[in-house]
Write a protein that binds this ligand. Sequence first.
Ligand SMILES: [Fe+2]
Length: 374
Amino acid sequence: MKKLLLFLFTGLAAVAGDPGLAGGPFVAAVTSKTATIVWLVRSGEVSVKAADDDKNPATVSPSIRVEKTTLTGLKPNTRYEYSVPGYSDAKGSFKTPPTGDTPFDFVSYGDNRTRPDVHRKVIAAIVSHGVPDMVVQTGDLVADGSDTLLWTTFFDIEKKLLSQTAFYPSLGNHEHHAQNFYDFTQTAKPYYSFDWGNAHFSVIDTDLDNVSPVETVRAAFWAEQARWLENDLRTHQQSQFRFVAGHHPPFTAVASRQGDNPHMRALTPLFETYHVTAGLFGHDHNYQHYLQNGIHYLTSGGGGAPLYDVDKPPVGITQKVVSVENWVSVHVDGKTAHVRVFSINGDVIDEFDLQGWALPKPVVATAPVVVTQK
Ligand SMILES: [Fe+2]
């Protein structure tokens, strides 16, 4: 495979006293021709403590600046290596998406917040299994999206994985729609989509409660996003696979949460109309797999957050529910995608195939052959 070494220069490298990396590097918004390489720089910090607290040490919270550069003119299905001069550990690589039916791998996981030691084990398990071409994170990256310090922990734990793959996150309720999410992950909008090989991925913002305290504003956002999603799915019927990723799942085996997320259940007819292959969700800290009207609904919220019971599996649609830390691995190959779900200990806890479905590509009209008689 042809490799290209990309040297990315930053003026900061010349500054005496390297302030160090606070996150990354990683790559975002990858297409077959373009990519944005992102790294976070710790530009300062603030020390804070309660004025009347003489016992506990001050908390140190960093000030972070986002650096990025966008590349164009890339080739499909090609691995590129990069380094950021001036930092001892700012190297990485990524692979551009293939076109057509070329095989690729991706993983999905979510809810990495709160238990960094467990989060670290999940990421180590993914890396040891083989770094995927890209990652779909299903939300709740951190316990509080407004807290800058927590993001440095997230990126530290994810470093070995994200420095070798492309990263596509979704908003969880713990992100609180904080600007940090958009800045640090270089996600331009709360919902977006992208193509990878013969698959299309629609990433939506399911966190309606944090959109606004005003009900009419929430309703307007949801209607706007639903219109966008319908158009996005309708215009990608010629992809073999359509995955919809987000945080809140439409179904749950957690008894105390059943009845939550009616806005998500209301979307399922849309999924059926436009032949969604599978939904990738989080929020519940366990693994759940449902099959309803031909669509697979996966909840993989076992990326580090404290586990929840799976004490009331929905009747009639449940394929598998397990209360364990986990991650989802998908190998897409032509018209079949093979899914394996791993526990944090490396056990395969679920395994199944997804079948592609696509409208035929439109026939490109060619000029009529003109035969002349001599
Ligand atoms: Fe959540």
